[in-house]
Write a protein that binds this ligand. Structure first.
Ligand SMILES: Cc1cc2nc3c(=O)[nH]c(=O)nc-3n(C[C@H](O)[C@H](O)[C@H](O)COP(=O)(O)OP(=O)(O)OC[C@H]3O[C@@H](n4cnc5c(N)ncnc54)[C@H](O)[C@@H]3O)c2cc1C
Length: 474
């Protein structure tokens, strides 16, 4: 049966775009962090929507599972195959059109995020989605995980940046919802079903995305403070003073900053003294006359007078701004030098984010006193990467054996605050078995019904998001 399927896939996309050699397919069977390693009979690289549809039809007829894969930068195991065929989108990397007046860009799902940003910039516009993985991750993956990043505070998640999608359904039909309209009230919103579905309902092949005016002025500041409570008060001041020009408000703690300073070549501490925590603040505006520096200085002066900010620096050039951002963007990567990490990508209402960090750190230290908490992230969205680094004198394996216990501590706290156990990375395999504990049972049942209505054979990325027991037929 495998041989017949491989022949059908080769007929669909051409011999050299169907890989079966174990060495060649190995990188597609695991994520970067190597938390999961899967298996697949083949990895196929279709070059068009029609070729994706032909591959899907071949798999559906053979009753073989399919796993969509973009840049494979996901962090929750969503793209790791458990058998079947991996269908990648990397060859589908054309920018189909840019319409500056309609403020839209139409792109194939295999375009990297960076290439979409560049195409928008060439047209004098901004595509505001921004992630540290942007050179590798692809638009199809961004949509399927409803990716967040550093621009959410002002521009919203990927969902809010998308007007239309084209999707190959699990039976091979092509759904054309490629609307470039701001208003379209013609029944159920099918587009939004596929955004954030993590490839369980179909393969996104093309998307219409929103563009924005390009910022003409930008100012970045780094402010040292006592901890999350001070950071929340600083955020409130910035929001009141800067309003719509506040485009990012990120939070870092000293332990994480020290990791970057110690291991990122060229990184330097922007301040003369160490502080327990820092806020990375960005203001931007399309108005070239907007005096953002004065706005930032006034807000920080108020925060200093209130005793909230101990010291602050403002980037005076692109290079200085980039150096400040690099302290934040490299934090996750630099953690690797300190042994295993237990990571939680969670969200709580913004008003409770400081309380969450303080309580969460306390509960984790009660459970394991020498654990080294490293919370950081998109504070202004209420989204914290609540990472825990292993104690100095513990092995990685022993520390990771406590993953379930730390999950329980952190996720129960998040739930008690009306939060979410997945803010931006998705469910995949990592949180699949946690979901039933925290998700409304009616919502979960509806998700299972939708899954079995759209994918009755349960062939599209099976076993992700929904545990097999709550899925439809198989
Ligand atoms: C250094 C680093 C920083 C990161 N920072 C952020 C961040 O700030 N915010 C954030 O949200 N994420 C972040 N991520 C996670 C990751 O980059 C995002 O989830 C990204 O959107 C995944 O895109 P991808 O193309 O790599 O998708 P993949 O990893 O290939 O796939 C992710 C999921 O989407 C599905 N999928 C992929 N393509 C399609 C398609 N065309 N149609 C249907 N389903 C599809 C897969 O089956 C899988 O379930 C980061 C990752 C790294 C490594």
């Amino acid at each position: 049966m495998s041989a017949a399927l491989i022949a059908a896939l080769r007929a669909a996309v051409g011999e050299r775009h169907v890989w079966t050699d174990p060495d060649q397919i190995a990188p597609h069977l695991r994520e970067d962090r190597r938390r999961w390693t899967g298996e697949a009979i083949a990895v196929v690289h279709p070059g068009s929507t029609e070729e994706v549809a032909a591959c899907v039809r071949a798999c559906a007829e053979a009753g073989v599972a399919m796993v969509p894969q973009g840049g494979n930068t996901g962090l929750v195991g969503g793209g790791v195959p458990r058998g079947g065929v991996v269908i990648t989108t990397g060859r589908m990397n054309r920018i189909r059109s840019v319409d500056p007046l309609n403020a839209t860009i139409t792109v194939e799902s295999g375009c990297t995020l960076a290439s979409v940003q560049e195409a928008a910039a060439e047209a004098g516009r901004l595509f505001p989605l921004s992630l540290a993985s942007e050179g590798t991750c692809q638009i199809g993956g961004n949509l399927s995980t409803n990716a967040g990043g550093t621009g959410v505070l002002h521009y919203g998640n990927t969902r809010e940046l998308c007007l239309g999608v084209e999707v190959v359904l699990p039976d091979g039909r092509i759904l054309n919802e490629l609307s470039a309209l701001r208003k379209d009230n013609t029944g159920y919103d099918l587009r939004d079903l596929f955004i954030g579905a993590e490839g369980t309902l179909g393969i996104i092949t093309t998307a219409v995305l929103k563009l924005f005016p390009k910022p003409a002025t930008k100012v970045t500041a780094f402010a040292g403070c006592a901890g999350p409570e001070a950071a929340l008060a600083i955020f409130d001041i910035l929001r009141a003073r800067a309003g719509d020009s506040l485009t990012a408000f990120e939070y870092l703690e000293r332990f994480g900053v020290e990791m970057v300073l110690a291991h990122l070549p060229g990184a330097r501490d922007p301040m003369t003294e160490a502080h327990p925590a820092y806020c990375l603040i960005e203001l931007s505006s399309p108005d070239p006359d907007a005096d953002l520096e004065a706005r930032m200085e006034n807000a920080l002066a108020e925060a200093i007078e209130s005793g909230l900010v101990a010291d602050a620096v403002i980037g005076r050039s692109e290079a200085q701004n980039a150096a400040l951002w690099s302290l934040r963007e490299n934090m996750s990567e630099m953690q690797k030098h300190y042994g295993a990490s237990i990571k939680h990508d969670v969200a709580v209402p913004v008003a409770r984010v400081a309380e969450f960090i303080t309580t969460g750190v306390g509960l984790c230290r009660d459970y394991m006193p020498p654990v080294r908490p490293c919370p950081f992230g998109h504070f202004g969205d209420g989204n914290i990467h609540f990472n825990l680094t292993r104690p100095v004198d513990m092995s990685d394996a022993e520390f990771l054996s406590h993953y379930p216990r730390f999950n329980r501590i952190v996720h129960d706290l998040v739930a008690s605050m009306g939060g979410s156990i997945s803010a931006e990375h998705g469910i995949g395999l990592a949180k699949r078995d946690e979901l039933p504990r925290y998700k409304d049972p009616v919502a979960l049942a509806l998700m299972a019904s939708l899954k079995s209505a759209i994918d009755p054979q349960n062939l599209m990325n099976p076993g992700k998001v929904l545990a097999p027991a709550t899925e439809g037929t198989r």
